[in-house]
Structures are given as C-alpha cells and as structure tokens.
Design a protein around this ligand. Structure first.
Ligand code: 6R9
Length: 676
C-alpha cells in the first residue's frame, strides 16, 4: 500500500487528482513560462507566468496552490479529499483531511527506494574531524529497530514520547521512530534543567523518555541521564527511560531504565508504518510565551511536513545532492524543520552539529563547511556577531567555495553582522536569507527568497512573504494598515499548512494568544515595518518575550523563579540590548522587609536558581536590588518604563502620568547597573 516513489500513479487513478488545477482555476493557457522548471509542483497551474504571479496565486487561490504542491511533494497512502477547513476566528486549522500518510515513510523509505546509499546525516561530533555519515538505508534501519523497540515496550499510536538528547543520529531516529508508529514526540532541549524537563514531561503526559548517558558539547561533558533521574522524582507517570550511550562512561541504571542500543540490536529491521491521518499529532514543542508557563505547541503530520519541505527547498535554493548545514539544536523548532523534517523529506544530506561555534577555536563552522562541503549554511545572528569579533582570519583560513546560500534565523540580524556574513563568509557571492518565523508557524514565513535570483536583498530585512503567506500590519486600533512605509503588529490574514494547530491541553490559550487580539487574523507577537517597496523588517516582540542568544524566553518565567526565593518580595525582568547575545536579562528585585543579606550572595543564589529551574542562558546578566518598582495606580508593574531605563533611553520614558509614584523611577535610574 505504501508508494515509495510512485505517488503520482495513485493519483492518476483517483478522480480527485484527475481534476487538474486548470479546471480549478478557469484560466486559459497563456504563456506557460518557466514556472514549472522553477517549481515542478506548480506544473499544473496553467497560465501562471513568472514567480511573482505564482506567489500571487498562492495567496489568491491558495487551495489550488497547496493541493498541487501537497500531491506532488508528499507521498500519500490515501489522497486527501479536502484541501483546507480553517476558521481563524475560532483557531480552527485543518489541512488535507481524508489524506493518510506516514511522515517517516516520506522522510526515509521513498529515498531508500531510489537511492539507499545517499548520505542522510552527517554527524559533526563535538570532537573536530570525527564526523560520521549515515545513509538513508542506515537511518531507516535505525528508525525501524527503534520503532519496534518502542512498540514492544507498549508505546502506542497517540502516546507522547519525551526526547531529551543532544543533536545526534539516535535523536533523529527517535523522532522518526515516533512518527513511524504514530506516537507524538516532545523534544526537550538538552540544555534545560531537571525542573524544566519535568514540567514539560508532566504537561505532555509522557510515560516514556529517551535520553543519553552523557552529552558532550564544547569539550564539556553534561550529565543528561542524571538530570533525567532528578526530573523523575516529580514525574511519577514515567514508566520507562531509554538510555543511549554517547560516551563510554557507564551510568547508574534503575529498574525503569533500558539500554537502548543493546535492545535495538534485538529488533527487526522492518517496522510497519502506522497509517496516519493528516491531522494526527506529529509533535509537541514547548516554547515561551508571556506568562510563566511554557506552552506545548502542537504540529500535525501532513501540513507541517509539506511546509517544512517546501520552504527548505525554495528559501535556500536547495537542489538534489546538496549538503545542507543548519547548526541549530534539534531541541528548537529550527532543528525540527531544517535539520530533520524539511531536509529529510527532500532527500537531502543534512548536518547534525553537536558543538559550539568557538570549539575548539572560532574557525569551527568554516572548517566544517570545508570538510563536509556544505552548500547551504543556516545559523543564528548571535553566533555571527560573536565570530565577527574574532576577526576575518578564522574564516579566510578555510575553503568556502561550496557555499551557495547563507541563512540567518532566530532574532533580528544587525547590519554589521549581515554585511560581515555576506562579505567575509560568503565572499560577497552568496545571497544571505534572513528568515523570519516561529515555533508557531512551523516553517519560514518571510525571507528574501524565493524570488528571482537577481532580486535585491536589503541587509537586515526579512523581505518577502513565502508562497501562501499573507502578512498584514495592524495599528493599535486593530485596523489593517494598507499603506507602505509603515509599522504595526505583524499578523497573518490567511492560514497555511505549517501553522500550529493548538496548545496541548489548552485550546483556549491558543485562541486567546493568537486569534483574540485581532479577530480573524493570526497574531505573531512581533512588530514589523513595511518599507516603501513593500519589504518587511521585523522590529521585535510586542509582548514580554525576550530573545537571548536566539533562545526565546518569557520574562515572566524568570520572574517566577526569582520570586520563589524566600527573601524576594517581587521582581521584574526585562531585556536589554546586548552586543553579542542580542538581548541580555536584567532583573529588578525587591526584597521582603527586614531581610538583611549580602546583595552579592543573593545575586549568586538567584542566578543559580534560574540556571537550575530553567537553563543557564536565562540567568540574569544584571540584578538590581530596588526599594520598590514603578507601578500603575492599579498596581501593575510598568515594564515599559523599566525597559527604557535599562536601555538608557530616558527621553523615551513616555507618559508617566499613570504611575502611582513617579519617584520610584528616579530611584531606579540612580542605581542602574549598566549603560547599554
Ligand atoms: C524560528 C524561531 C520566534 C521569535 C519570533 C521573533 C524572533 C525569529 C527572526 C526573528 C527577527 C528574524 N525571530 N526569526 N526576529 N528576525 N529573522 O526562532 O522560533 O524560537 O519560536 O522564536 O524569534 O521574535 O517571534 P522561536
């Protein structure tokens, strides 16, 4: 029943597929230009001439567009009968209903069928020069053994498996094994603490966890299994922990723990894929919002995979045979979409980067580009800013002639970093694609490409919406801003297949956060500027979410931890501009009356608490002890004012008339720790 490569034959047999797009579109055959050569998926879209027209059609007739690409790019066991059934005002998003498929078949079997020896993964291990390659055949075998192992241990379709692993082949196989047997995965970034891990396991109601004995990053060993053991103390529902071995050091195994590789060897290499509905859950991924509680965003099978694959192909101009190097960790959405699902769906060779940009020296990325012959490199501005400071010689030492496209993601890229990336890393010949998107959007929504290869790219601008994406800017009254050269809240006027479907166990929060602020639209939480030419530039978050080294964190999450300290009465955390990290964390802390402590000791304690309860990157760079915080008369902390104070923008403090006591601001200004 599975169609490793003959997907189309099934369609020819179905009356659904026989309706060509021309019949949907009622367009006559004007010049058939080169659209089909550029995008074979669009071959049926007759009458479209040029990429701009194709983009236009992807929005004006999005059903036809998405139906065509979904049929062409994915391998279905049963074709879908309804392209979309969405109602943004209710947060209802469904794509490709009636369709059945398996994501692991799409990422593995169909490529194994045509080219089993093609390299699927290059694991760029922490130890430089010790990379390991895995073919599509090998990755399929690993995935099947693991799928069978999970099944034998009772993991069923619809269960949720938490994966707490560094970026490595077994982590990818774990994700795909879940997909193969119809379980959802919940990857938790391996830098998260035991408390943060436990919170995510509990919320996801996972009874199975997959981890490694130890992680290795930047030459340092991290005790991941021990962290899982600690988390287990507050996760009574976890029945089993599979432990893979990244290092040779044994770890204590309890009755709950299962030696993963050893058990995998006993399993069959064939694992029957579960037949999944398009809208069954593929994974949960927790991300920060403006409250203290992270939200488990839910992505489903077909729409997510299609969107990841299509954006991977066209934003980066990926071509068959290219080596795609996205250096994100699999614990983030970028790792999901552009290390794992997008590249593998397209049959690419994808790099798994386990190390850091400066280990063992600041030439690591470019040495890797030379050694692995990377064609597309995709990384974060924070790393580019860091490397820029070390100087051009670390780049120039290595041959980067294989590079074709450079990508940036996670935060705004400042002009200096953009230009260095373009001029030095890319020798001035590779387009830099600044890609804007979010965990919620599933894949890239705004990026300079695809557009005509010669079209201009403005440094620091994400530029153009992707196919099927219809961005709008809203004013403070909730009206759509129609003119150019204007700024507003960035919303999306139309659904697209890659968008998240809900927040796990909390659909109301999903509606309240994304669809309530501007009814009928998806609200991104970001602000944006649209230039005279209609290009987009992301101006930053409009809520209390900050972005530290490309890691998204809610200031409320940090406040929650700080407030747990018995000496603390209340706190307010804000972001400030940091030259490398993009944003740093600045915490204002008010102590309870009568508390007498050394501020330096308490600062250390608070930093330790945040590292332990969330992760190291969330730990405040500055802690300022204040007598009181500026509040409105109704008692709300005025974070807007605190943000301006830490940015030394005293002119921009704005209207202080709602403050309960303006003197509180003066007190804080006097004691400020940094001048940003
Ligand atoms: C993919 C990812 C999403 C938030 C997003 C925005 C910021 C991401 C950006 C960018 C400016 C870019 N962001 N890409 N800001 N330019 N190219 O990072 O997902 O971790 O969910 O973060 O990151 O603020 O809203 P996620």
């Amino acid at each position: 029943m599975w169609l490793p490569c003959g997907c189309t034959s099934k369609y020819v047999a179905s009356s659904f597929a026989r309706r060509t797009l021309a019949s949907y579109l009622h367009v006559s055959g004007r010049s058939r230009c080169n659209v089909a050569a550029f995008m074979p998926e669009a071959a049926g879209l007759e009458g479209v001439s040029g990429r701009a027209a194709l983009r236009e059609l992807s929005v004006s007739n999005s059903e036809s567009f998405w139906a065509a690409v979904a049929r062409h790019r994915l391998c279905w066991s049963t074709p879908f009968h309804t392209v979309q059934d969405c109602d943004l005002s209710r947060g209802k998003i469904k794509w490709f209903e009636g369709g059945k498929l398996n994501v692991s078949v799409n990422c593995l079997d169909r490529h194994v069928h045509t080219c089993p020896e093609r390299v699927a993964l290059i694991w760029e291990r922490d130890e430089r020069g010790s990379e390991m390659k895995y073919t599509y055949g090998e990755l399929l075998e690993m995935t099947c053994r693991l799928g069978n192992l999970l099944r034998r241990h009772g993991v069923k379709r619809g269960d949720c498996v938490t994966i707490y692993m560094p970026t490595c082949p077994l982590a990818v196989a774990s994700m795909l094994a879940c997909a193969r047997i119809g379980a959802a995965h919940n990857v938790v970034f391996a830098g998260f603490s035991a408390d943060a891990l436990a919170e995510r396991i509990r919320d996801a109601q996972s009874s199975t966890v997959i981890t490694v004995n130890q992680g290795v990053r930047g030459g340092k060993v991290t005790e991941l299994k021990k962290t899982v053991d600690t988390a287990m103390q507050s996760c009574p529902t976890v029945k089993q922990v599979f432990v893979a071995m990244r290092t040779d050091n044994p770890v204590t195994m309890t009755a709950r723990d299962i030696a993963m590789e050893e058990e995998m060897l006993k399993e069959d290499v064939v694992c029957e894929p579960a037949v999944m509905n398009s809208e069954d859950v593929l994974f949960l991924l927790y991300t920060s919002g403006s409250t203290g509680k992270p939200k488990g965003l839910v992505h489903t099978q077909a729409g997510y995979l299609l969107y990841a694959a299509l954006t991977h192909r066209y934003v980066f101009s990926y071509h068959d045979g290219d080596v795609f190097g996205c250096v994100a960790d699999i614990g983030w959405i970028t790792g999901h979409s552009y290390v794992v699902y997008g590249p593998l769906a397209n049959g690419a060779t994808t790099v798994l980067f386990e190390s850091t940009p400066i280990y063992p020296d600041p030439g690591r990325y470019w040495d890797m580009v030379e050694r692995l012959k990377i064609n597309q490199f995709y990384g974060a501005p924070t790393a580019i800013r860091l490397l820029l400071k070390y100087g051009d010689q670390w780049v120039n030492k290595y041959d980067r002639s294989t590079l074709k496209t450079l990508g940036s993601v996670g935060e705004p890229i400042n002009t200096e970093a953009w230009e260095w990336y373009h001029r030095v890393v890319g020798d001035g010949r590779c387009p830099v694609v600044d890609t804007w998107w979010q965990t919620e959007t599933g894949g890239i929504c705004i990026a300079p490409r695809p557009s005509d290869p010669d079209a201009e790219i403005v440094p620091g601008m994400a530029m153009r919406p992707f196919f099927g994406i219809n961005p709008v800017l809203m004013d403070t009254e909730g009206e759509v801003l129609t003119s150019n050269n204007t700024s507003g809240a960035l919303c999306m006027a139309q659904p697209w297949p890659g968008m998240a479907r809900t927040i796990h166990n909390n659909h109301q929060r999903f509606i309240d956060t994304y669809f309530q602020p501007y009814p009928g639209y998806f609200f991104t939480g970001d602000g944006a500027y649209r230039s005279e030419e209609g290009y987009y530039q992301i101006t930053g978050r409009l809520d209390d979410v900050i972005n530290v080294s490309g890691h998204r964190i809610g200031t409320a999450e940090i406040e929650d931890v700080v407030n747990q300290c018995p000496a603390v009465a209340e706190s307010a955390v804000v972001g400030y501009t940091h030259s490398i990290k993009g944003q740093g964390v600045y915490a204002f802390v008010v102590l309870k009356k009568g508390i007498d402590v050394q501020e330096a000791d308490l600062s250390r304690q608070l930093n330790g608490m945040v590292s332990e309860k969330i992760a190291k990157y969330a730990s405040p760079d500055f802690i300022q002890f204040a007598k009181r915080l500026p509040k409105t008369r109704s008692g709300k902390i005025m974070r807007r004012v605190l943000r301006k104070v830490v940015e030394s923008d005293l002119e921009g403090l704005g209207d202080l008339s709602t403050l309960d006591d303006p003197a509180a601001v003066q007190e804080i200004i006097q004691d400020i720790n940094i001048s940003a």
